[in-house]
Write a protein of this length. Structure first.
Length: 83
């Protein structure tokens, strides 16, 4: 969390609070030193899909590596894949 906080220029406690909120909302799963993963999507509905498409950029971000990214079961950052 310290590395992410430094990269973003924010306090470590802010990052920790964000992680706790994301975990409480079921967006991520934390596994201690093993890493943090995007949680598997539990529901599929048109409203959620529409919101995701509106939020997400039209294409991959600059410098993206094909076949890698924050998908369910993939590390969020600074973590290794445990599954």
């Amino acid at each position: 969390m310290r590395g992410l906080a430094e990269t973003l220029g924010i306090a470590t406690n802010t990052v920790a609070k964000a992680y706790r909120a994301l975990e409480a909302d079921g967006v991520i799963e934390t596994h201690g030193r093993k890493g943090t993963l995007i949680a598997a999507r539990r529901m599929h509905d048109a409203e959620t899909d529409t919101a995701a498409r509106a939020y997400a950029p039209a294409g991959p971000p600059a410098g993206a590596v094909e076949g890698r990214g924050a998908a369910p079961g993939r590390p969020v950052t600074g973590s290794r894949d445990i599954g």
